[in-house]
Design a protein around this ligand. Structure first.
Ligand SMILES: [Zn+2]
Length: 81
């Protein structure tokens, strides 16, 4: 049922609502695709750019891991300031 949601018509509607911008980083690109969570791969009603979708997929939507990554980057950045 959810798969039917991922039609071109729905994509166009959401793309228009998001003004062609990724729902995370705000990057404008024609290459937006439905966010699909790693658990069931079902499409959600939001579009992401390839970079943001790839990061989430690589991290398997693991919020704790993503927070650890942010902490790591901030620590590394602050260490050299
Ligand atoms: Zn993005």
């Amino acid at each position: 049922m959810k798969e039917q949601y991922a039609t071109k018509k729905v994509w166009k509607e959401i793309y228009s609502n998001q003004r062609g911008l990724c729902d995370i980083c705000g990057k404008k690109t024609i290459k937006l695709d439905f966010y699909r969570d790693c658990e069931d791969n079902d499409p959600h009603d939001t579009l992401l750019c390839d970079r943001c979708a790839s990061v989430l997929r690589l991290c398997k939507d693991d919020i704790e891991l993503l927070e650890e990554l942010i902490g790591f980057l901030k620590f590394q950045r602050d260490r050299w300031i």
